[in-house]
Design a protein around this ligand. Sequence first.
Ligand SMILES: [Zn+2]
Length: 98
Amino acid sequence: MGYEHLKAKVKKKNGLICYYCGDKCVNDCHIDHVIPISKGGYKGDINNMVVSCSMCNMKKGCHLPLEFVKRTKRRLEQIRNEARYLRRIIKNTKGKIW
Ligand SMILES: [Zn+2]
């Protein structure tokens, strides 16, 4: 499956709602890797890909979710609950992520 096809699938799954702030992102829809590739996430893994508005995508950069959303605790709790799979795949990465 090509990367562009994967991105289209993520958008379909997420319904163009930013994973981090919950805003609708129609014209500035980016695809973000929840666990950045530089921190052990897989690029072609649809379970590691979410829709993100450009603002959140830029702010998050190569940070882990905890570093990015620690100010919005409620959202972090939702991400924790949704992302059991991601916790498994990054078990071996250094540092505390969630
Ligand atoms: Zn956002």
